[in-house]
Design a protein around this ligand. Structure first.
Ligand code: MN
Length: 266
């Protein structure tokens, strides 16, 4: 019996799941165990996927969506290991991983899969996330860019909130820091040929997130930045984290930005 339906499949951008022809692999990671302010970002991957099914289709490489990754909620290290393993499998298949968090810590798990690669990390984040440990853990959302900088050089854009100590450490480690208003060409200039893009949605203005900060990057400026960067650099991985939507509707702009980036790459 053929069921009557008009809704697209439950996959990112509503695409049919075909791993072989996919250029991108979306990995939903519902993990938010170290959230220190508003918890609940574990619901974001589901809501982003739900929202993304209602976007107008654009010309874009195939997108495969995996099952939600099962985090180990009591063990950040084990959760990172699981993310690294899945992202490693995606890279082995010569596809671009797209990790949907969850809290920003998931970025570290993804980055660890790029061992030995020569690349830059472009992070959009309201916060510096450069503490060596937070609430007793080196694998906290507040330590993400510190851990990331141990893997590859970090440029952070939209940054407008930090502690004095972490700011000193970031400067010492050569992190490039830009605020909510920036020159996209200037940001792009300092990046290597291969770029991993990590978007903590609190970088942007008006997005619902676990740790909201006023006066963020405008959507159009973020779009232009990524367009400028990806015109001359290769996207090797992408993640979107820290979204805290109350409904799929609130997740729509974040899903859209992720999709727009994939469409820029092709
Ligand atoms: Mn962050």
């Amino acid at each position: 019996m053929k069921l009557l339906h008009s809704l697209p499949p439950y996959n990112f951008a509503g695409q049919e799941n075909d791993f072989r022809s996919a250029k991108f692999v979306v990995v939903p990671v519902p993990y938010d165990s170290t959230c220190s302010f508003n918890a609940g970002t574990r619901d974001a991957p589901h809501m982003m996927i739900a929202a993304s099914r209602f976007m107008e289709e654009k010309k874009c490489g195939g997108i495969f969506t995996t099952e939600e990754l099962e985090p180990c909620r009591a063990d950040a290290k084990e959760t990172m290991r699981r993310i690294t393993q899945v992202v490693g499998d995606v890279l082995d298949a010569k596809k671009v991983p797209v990790v949907l968090g969850g809290e920003h810590t998931v970025t570290y798990g993804a980055l660890k899969a790029f061992h030995g690669d020569d690349f830059s990390i472009l992070a959009l984040d309201a916060h510096l996330d450069f503490r060596d440990e937070f609430e007793g853990s080196p694998l906290s959302h507040a330590c993400t860019l510190r851990r990331a900088s141990e893997i590859a050089p970090v440029t952070v854009v939209g940054c407008r909130s930090w502690g004095a100590e972490e700011a000193k450490d970031a400067k010492k480690k050569g992190v490039r820091v830009f605020g909510s208003r920036f020159d996209a060409k200037e940001v792009a200039k300092g990046l290597k040929k291969n770029v991993y893009v990590s978007i903590d949605f609190d970088a942007l203005d008006g997005f619902p997130t676990g740790m909201p900060e006023p006066n963020g990057v405008r959507y159009s400026d973020a779009f232009e930045l990524l367009q400028t960067v990806l015109k001359t650099r290769r996207l090797i991985g992408l993640d979107g984290t820290e979204l805290l939507p109350a409904s799929a509707g609130e997740a729509y702009p974040a899903a859209k930005l992720v999709y727009e980036i994939l469409c820029m790459v092709g």
